[in-house]
Design a protein around this ligand. Structure first.
Ligand code: PXP
Length: 243
């Protein structure tokens, strides 16, 4: 029997829509509840330094209401470590963060910062918060990740998702497969995410040993469209005082 990865839903872009108006809807916490009703195995939220989408109160409320598991994505900064130690998510994913980027652009450079990241991993894991490191599927980054004692890695699937030709895509898929194999052999658990869509997810889901996917943009995008007809019908009812 094949074992497919679990699915954690990244709800950042529900908050992006809310923040576009600095208003109260759509409520990302409600999205998390509905995602769980739909079968999500976890909820992922990225508290960025600039608070462009998810806010501190979202994380606090998510911690209270998420029934599956809460994955807090964050930069390895003092401010974020303090928040994580207070909130105690089920696990933390450390990601690189640049103010000017539209979304996370690449994996963490673990090779160049093993000592610093080992300290951050230790701070979090000593508080029983497992740490996942978001990295490219490069052998040296995977080996360096194991040195930090982090329990998990998340392989960056962006290059696979953005590959322009079939050949490039197969090559990227093979890198993910080999990276997973190496990571497992080093005792790391393996997640993956970034840029996965309804069209490209299956081959990655077939890689043996993948534990969990973090998927956001494509699901929120589809959610907006599959909900549009109903939302319009309901507004017509509201205009007639019939909702
Ligand atoms: N994993 C990480 C580490 C991310 O930073 C993101 C984007 O916030 C995702 C997964 C989800 O990517 P996408 O929104 O493209 O599905």
């Amino acid at each position: 029997m094949s074992v497919f990865p679990k699915l954690s839903i990244n709800i950042d872009h529900v908050a992006t829509i809310r923040q576009a108006r600095r208003t109260v809807e759509p409520e990302p916490v409600a999205a998390a509840v509905l995602a769980e009703l739909g079968g999500a195995d976890g909820i992922t939220a990225h508290l960025r330094e600039d608070r462009r989408h998810i806010q501190d109160r979202d994380i606090r409320i998510l911690r209270e209401i998420v029934r599956t598991q809460l994955n807090l994505e964050m930069a390895a900064t003092e401010e974020m470590v303090k928040i994580a130690l207070e909130v105690k998510p089920d696990y933390v994913t450390l990601v690189p963060e640049k103010r000017e980027e539209v979304t996370t652009e690449g994996g963490l450079d673990i090779v160049g910062s093993v000592e610093r990241l080992t300290r951050v991993v230790d701070q979090l894991q000593s508080a029983e918060i497992p740490v996942s490191l978001f990295i490219d599927a490069e052998f040296d980054q995977i080996e360096a990740s194991a040195k930090t004692q982090a329990l998990l890695i998340e392989l960056h699937t962006g290059q696979y998702a953005e590959a322009k030709t079939k050949g490039d895509r197969s090559q990227e898929l093979e890198k993910l497969r080999q990276g997973t194999e190496l990571a497992l052999s080093l005792g790391l658990r393996v997640n993956a995410g970034h840029g996965l869509t309804y069209q490209n997810v299956y081959p990655v889901a077939c890689i043996a040993g993948m534990e969990e996917f973090n998927i956001g943009h494509t699901i929120v995008s589809r959610g907006v469209l599959v909900g549009m007809e109903r939302a319009v019908r309901e507004m017509k009812l509201a205009m007639r005082g019939q909702l």
